[in-house]
Each structure stands twice: as C-alpha cells, then as structure tokens.
Design a protein around this ligand. Structure first.
Ligand code: ADP
Length: 334
C-alpha cells in the first residue's frame, strides 16, 4: 500500500515513469512531470473526473491489480502498459509505460500475417470452384470423382485452418472487441441450424433448449459466432455415430450461459488442463480427427476478451460439457 501519493509520483518521476493520481471520486488530483509530457495534448487535467477526459476515459475502467493492463489512450494513438495501485487514503495511482513502438512492430507483423492468410483465400476458392466445375463439363470416372471429392475435403480443411489462423492473428493483435448488442439465443440457434447437416452426416443428433427472457450481451457477433461454432463442431466431431449433442442457452443471474454437452468419447482427466493450450491435441487413437489444436485456444481467448470464462467437465466414455459464461454487463476491460 502506498502511504503518500505525492512522494510516490515524485519517486516515479525520478525513474522516468509517468504517473497520475486520482482522488476517491475518480478526479485527477496530481500528475508528475513525465505524465505532463506524455499527456501534453490534453489541457488542464487536474480536478477533472478521469471518466470524462477524452482520450483518457479508458483509464477509469482499469482495476487495481499487480498485473499491468495494456490499453490504448489518446484515441489509440498512444499504447500504454498501465499499473493501478491504491494509497492508504483511497486514492488511485496509475503509472504508464509507453509501449506504442513495440505495438507498431507487432501491428506490422499482424498485418502481414493477416494479408497472407487473407490472400490465400482467393486461390483456394478457385480450386474449390474448378473441382466443382470439373464434374459439370463432361462425364468423370468413379475414380476421378473420388479424387475430386478429396480435393473438396482438402479445401474445406484448409479453409478451416485459415479461419483459425485469422482468429489467432486477431487475438494476438490485442485489438479491443467492437462491442454491440448481441442476441446470443439467436446467434446460437443460427449456428445450430447451419451445423445440422454436418451432424446428420456424422450420425449425431442435435438438440437445443433456449431459456426465456434472455437479455443481450455486449460483444462482437462474428467472434462469438466462432466460439459457439468451434464448440459445436468439436462436439459433433468427437462424438460419433448414434450420439447426441445438447445445446442449452440460459440465464444465471448476471450471466448468460451456453452449454454444449455431448455423450461422446470424453477427455482423459490428465489432458483436461491442457486442452485450451494452442496446438494441444489429446494424443490417442480415438482423438485422431482432423484439426490443428487451435479451436479451444481461440474459444478461450475470445470469451475472456468478452469478460467471460469457459468451463469444461468430461468423463472418459461418458462425454464432455463445455460451458461458456458471458457477463450481461459491459466488461470493464477487453
Ligand atoms: P482440434 O479439434 O483442432 O484438435 P481443439 O483446440 O478444438 O483442436 O481441441 C483440442 C483437443 O481437445 C482436441 O484435439 C480433442 O482431443 C479434445 N476435444 C475438444 N473437444 C472435445 C469433445 N467435445 N470431446 C472430446 N474431446 C474433445
């Protein structure tokens, strides 16, 4: 606990660290010279509520913590790693580490990666189209048809990999989610319908239950769609002929929960702690399905960016239940 705010600001200043102190009501009480320099474009900071200062308002959502958070300030022209600490008098001291240069480098890497992955889609859709057209321009032998089917399957798998890589690039870019009202029940139902055919092909039956009076959550619909489609695709993929998958959307207090339960092969307990790691796949015969081990890592990262979390319960031979818990209020950090 910091005893004296002004002393702390001076000490940080001597170390070249910008710092700012707010009173118990969230008004700027003092800032050191380094912070004056960092925020020189904002006139007269003192006495103003932090949440009302254009360019710094995001700071009002930073929680007290030992771990710094990285946020965009000054309309995202400045990226800082921010520490928030409290003083004995209930003031809040923010210290700032300017990481904009590092971010620019990261951004370039992300942009290049995004471009490469994005540009690969065009030749891949051409392969898909020509594989389809080949059957329409003349008779094909059964063996040629078999080869063309394999091309189609390979294209579908490649597209899934590209989507995973695009998601990972977005997650690593640290770009905050663009929040808007999302009707989760509608979103899950749409994904459910779009995967019914796939489930049918695998001999899996899908069931859905949607609870009453579900308020919207705030988030990015496209990203949340990836969460539920990854989980549902897995449930279908790791179940099998004659199995069932149950999707349930409901409200639990200030949270919306979406559970996806299958009665498939289950996950051995020693592997459960690792399944959300990137590229982790359960190393046994039954689990040898196509995939790269990125789906659950993407699910976890997206849900956490929305201020929620994912729970999993699984028993070998009995099945697995994945539960996504999303807060109803706008999360404070993304
Ligand atoms: P992928 O499916 O591409 O391997 P994921 O990250 O989606 O990657 O999943 C990681 C691993 O977790 C999978 O390889 C599989 O072994 C296991 N897994 C995920 N979902 C299920 C499920 N519903 N039932 C059984 N195992 C699962």
């Amino acid at each position: 606990m910091i005893e004296n705010a002004l002393e702390a600001l001076t000490l940080l200043d001597e170390m070249g660290i910008a710092a700012l102190c707010c009173d118990q009501n969230g008004r700027v009480e003092a800032l050191n010279t380094a912070a004056h320099t960092l925020f020189k474009k904002i006139p007269a900071l003192k006495g103003r509520p932090l949440s009302k200062i254009k360019g710094l308002a995001a700071l009002a959502t930073v929680e007290l913590s030992d771990t710094p958070v990285e946020i965009g300030l000054l309309d995202n022209k400045l990226y800082c790693r921010v520490h928030a600490k409290s003083t004995a008098l209930g003031q809040k001291i923010f210290s700032f580490e300017d990481v904009s240069a590092f971010r620019d480098h990261e951004q370039l890497r992300t942009d290049v990666m995004y471009m490469v992955v994005h540009d690969l889609r065009t030749p891949i859709s051409a392969i898909k189209s020509y594989a389809e057209l080949a059957t329409q321009v003349g008779p094909v032998t059964p063996q040629q048809q078999q080869f063309l089917n394999r091309v189609q399957q390979a294209v579908t798998t490649t597209n899934m990999l590209l989507n995973d890589l695009l998601d990972i690039t977005w997650i690593d870019s640290g770009v905050p989610i663009q929040k808007q009202e999302v009707n989760i029940a509608y979103l899950v139902h749409t994904i459910f319908e779009s995967l019914e055919q796939r489930a049918h092909t695998h001999g899996v039956t899908l069931h859905i239950t949607i609870g009453p009076d579900l308020p919207p959550v705030f988030g990015e619909p496209h990203r949340l769609e990836r969460v539920f489609s990854n989980l549902l695709v897995n449930a279908i993929k790791y179940s099998g002929e004659g199995k069932s998958v149950y999707v349930t959307v409901s409200r639990a207090g200030q949270f919306i929960t979406v559970s996806i339960a299958d009665n498939g092969m289950g996950i051995p307990s020693e592997h459960l702690p690792h399944i959300f790691d990137r590229f982790y796949r359960v190393p046994n015969e039954d689990h040898r399905k196509e995939g790269m081990g990125l789906g659950l890592a993407i699910v976890k990262a997206i849900v956490e960016k929305h201020g929620g979390h994912v729970e999993v319960q699984s028993e070998i031979g009995q099945g697995s239940t994945f539960m996504v818990v999303l807060p109803l209020e706008t999360p404070s950090a993304s």
